[in-house]
Design a protein around this ligand. Structure first.
Ligand code: SAH
Length: 368
């Protein structure tokens, strides 16, 4: 595939219309192609039967619908399915489909690796290589839908998308926003804002920018109620401490009265799971429309934590419920194929200085 070709997966509809205009084509032509690719899952221009032959040929010369390559496709005993996708440059990212009774959630990655270095996350250990392009983010949805349909599921099996895979989505702001616009577009994947959730470790300025650009559902990885502890668990807290993060959360829901922020809280034995932590959490969230997701810690090789006991999680949850905080304990899914929260690692060639620190460890690196 020539590098001169324009990657059409990188465009939201507005972007595609602008590119078409540059080719001397009318906006509705862009809409037709957009619909073919995202709504109907067309893999090539030849199949776009309501587009003139001349335009199809012109597109084939100038544009590309290239996709990441599927390098593995694993099915968990509980129905969770995980794909490893090779993206340009040779690294691999992971995408996970989680079927439930009333929905099907696709968990997509936003970066190759992550720079944030959260103490309890496997992705952090791999270091960081680069941001995903908008096309590589959208392609995860395109590829997963096609694979699910091929195994007999409905084309609408993916009802929800969560940006909770590898990476910090708000650190890749423009590409993530473009990708989410494609997900929300009626001629794209037609998902409602309620059903697209972006999870962040707490990049405060970008939370504000997100509200203006694309106000999808927001999940915040909180994990601690005191700065001293959160500084250790989620180091970005040193830049954006709790008071600033929670103020940004309040602003995010200010203008949408029915909206709530989801606070994620990973349950770490003896670290953040005491009854006092639970009461502090209730106090912190008292004036924010919230729901809480307790996430049992998922271990990975070399992890310095244990999961809280079921009793500790139960007690913690009861304290939140007792204060009328909607609280669910997230079911661990796909752990047998390392597809659970915090277990996604892919194959990342680290380009940060973490590589030096981690030099003693044996990592499954593949050189691009
Ligand atoms: N960087 C974003 C997106 C990742 S979302 C964020 O931090 O929100 C992944 C979710 O899984 C986050 O809430 C993260 O804190 C949580 N997580 C990470 N490692 C985990 C682990 N080992 N066990 C359980 N949850 C984990």
């Amino acid at each position: 595939m020539s590098d001169d070709l324009t990657a059409l997966f990188d465009f939201d509809r507005e972007g595609l219309r602008a590119w078409f205009a540059g080719q001397g084509e009318r906006p509705f032509r862009a809409d037709q192609v957009f619909q073919w690719v995202h709504q109907h899952g067309a893999a090539d221009f030849a199949s776009m039967t309501n587009v003139s032959k001349a335009l199809r040929e012109q597109l084939a010369h100038r544009a590309s619908l290239a996709l990441p390559e599927i390098v593995s496709d694993q099915l968990s005993a509980d129905g969770t399915r995980k794909w490893a996708l090779r993206v340009a440059g040779g690294n691999c990212i992971e995408t996970v489909f989680i079927p439930e009774d009333d929905r099907g959630t696709l968990c997509v990655s936003s970066q190759v690796g992550c720079v944030l270095d959260c103490a309890f996350c496997a992705t952090a250990q791999q270091g960081f290589n680069r941001n995903l392009t908008a096309g590589e983010i959208v392609a995860q949805l395109w590829i997963a839908r096609r694979a699910l349909v091929a195994s007999g599921l409905d084309a609408h099996a993916i009802t929800n998308v969560v940006l909770m895979g590898m990476g910090e989505p708000l650190a890749n702001f423009p590409n993530v926003v473009t990708a989410m616009r494609v997900m929300l577009d009626d001629l794209g994947y037609g998902l409602s804002k309620r059903r697209v959730t972006l999870s962040t470790s707490g990049l405060v300025p970008e939370i504000d920018r997100l509200a203006a650009a694309c106000d999808v559902s927001l999940a915040v990885s909180l994990h601690a109620t005191r700065d001293e502890l959160r500084d250790q668990l989620v180091p970005i807290n040193r830049r954006f401490p709790l008071v600033d993060l929670l103020a940004a959360c309040r602003r995010y829901v200010e203008d949408s009265p029915r909206r709530r922020i989801t606070f994620e809280y990973v349950m770490l034995d003896g670290v953040n799971d005491s009854e006092r932590d639970a009461r502090d959490l209730v106090r912190l969230l008292a004036d924010i429309p919230s729901k809480v997701n307790l996430i049992p810690f998922n271990p990975f090789p070399g992890a310095p934590f244990r999961c809280s006991t079921p009793e500790a999680i139960g007690r913690f949850r009861q304290i939140l419920l007792g204060s009328n905080l909607v609280t669910i304990t997230r079911k661990t899914r796909g752990a047998d194929i390392s597809a659970a929260c915090g277990q996604l690692a892919g194959e990342v060639v680290d380009r940060t200085r973490r590589a030096a620190r981690m030099a003693q460890r044996v990592l499954p690196l593949r050189v691009a």
